[in-house]
Design a protein around this ligand. Sequence first.
Ligand SMILES: Cc1cc2nc3c(=O)[nH]c(=O)nc-3n(C[C@H](O)[C@H](O)[C@H](O)COP(=O)(O)OP(=O)(O)OC[C@H]3O[C@@H](n4cnc5c(N)ncnc54)[C@H](O)[C@@H]3O)c2cc1C
Length: 428
Amino acid sequence: MQAAPDCIRWLQSLGVRFDFNDLKDLDLGREGGHSRARIVHHQDRTGWEVERALAAAVAAHPRITVYEHAFVTSLVIDSGRCVGVSARINDLGPREFVARATMLATGGCGKIYGHTTNPRVATGDGLGLALRVGLTVADMEFMQFHPTVLSHEQSGGFLITEAVRGAGATLRNHEGRRFMYDYDERRELAPRDIVARSIGRELHRLKTWCVYLDATHLPAERLHHEFPMIWDRLRELGIEMEKTWIPVVPAQHYSCGGIVTDLDGRTEMPGLYAAGEVASTGVHGANRLASNSLLEAMVFAKAAARASKDEPAPDAEAGVAAPEPECLPEPEAIRRRHALQRLMNAHCGIFRTDAGLREAQAGMAKLRREMEAAPKSGFSPYSFEAWNLLAAAESVAAGAIARRTNVGLHFNEDLAQSAGTESPEPGT
Ligand SMILES: Cc1cc2nc3c(=O)[nH]c(=O)nc-3n(C[C@H](O)[C@H](O)[C@H](O)COP(=O)(O)OP(=O)(O)OC[C@H]3O[C@@H](n4cnc5c(N)ncnc54)[C@H](O)[C@@H]3O)c2cc1C
């Protein structure tokens, strides 16, 4: 990514406080699959810091109007061109926004799974918007599972960043064995898909529910200084990371696939752009490397912003909102969302099979029929999201069925057995 250094400097100019080392150079971290240290960071909450500075810059910009609590429900289209969006705004009700260029930056779809690191809003809304107007969504089978998510009843998908392994923490099973030796010569710093699958195999082999991240050999001051958020959160749960192994399991983390765009973030629909996790720019291939996504979002959003200046002015009166699905009563939506998560957990996780994927597809088709036939009620974002989640999940299952090679984040046991691509047991 030649565009990366400029983006980092631009973020710094907007006030993002990346960490520096004793030599006053940017402090670079190393994570899974990296051959050298190259990750700028702010303690253990880089995303939070980037968001903080960007939100402040947006709030201070005289030509940007921010609508809080706005929920986009459809794209507004004029003769095949996107000319804006239709949205429900908490205080104002339904509104249409007409624009020369529209960008979808709605993030991921982690909530299609029951166990995810993603925030509550990661419900695939941009995917739903795009799929409803026939745009191409690609590579959804490349769903990244983060290997080390805290396994604790009260933790709700809390991520133990890969930088902890980068700092030297090791993975152990409950017998204390550093099992990554059995799976990959890069051990804890193998790419995420390999570490997550190795943990999955270890859990299956030992019939247990978690493995452990051992940072007890690292100096307590260093852990506290470099990972203050993790340090504090673990302490709230009674875990002292300098003394105790941290229980972890893999959980859904990032969607490499998304709405197909070109290198300027343009989708197939004129006037419509996509950037960030909702987009499929192709840079992550089948397997995103750790800490690449914020950078991807910045680089492609900037390219899109430049390209969008050439879009023609829209006819403010001509656009028509694309049809949108009706909302189910919330109790119905809750039931369907949970049913969908169960299907995804069971059949579209780290290990897949042909039969399981077909069962997932059949289950989703049944859910869609039920949702279409169910009585409808007034608008509710939670309920509306159920349609977007279903659309995103259908794309994952369809992509996984169609993908006949195990590559990166897609691993189908049936293909592994026929092609002999990966050992089913450690060390074999
Ligand atoms: C715990 C965690 C740690 C991570 N750490 C790193 C890291 O260190 N480095 C890295 O590179 N990546 C990291 N990632 C990945 C990275 O944070 C995400 O990929 C990235 O934030 C996605 O940015 P985005 O702008 O595409 O979407 P988001 O940041 O998710 O923003 C999407 C926004 O769209 C809004 N939205 C969604 N639907 C609608 C709708 N219908 N109407 C209106 N608004 C809508 C949402 O409310 C949200 O505000 C991490 C992810 C997680 C979950």
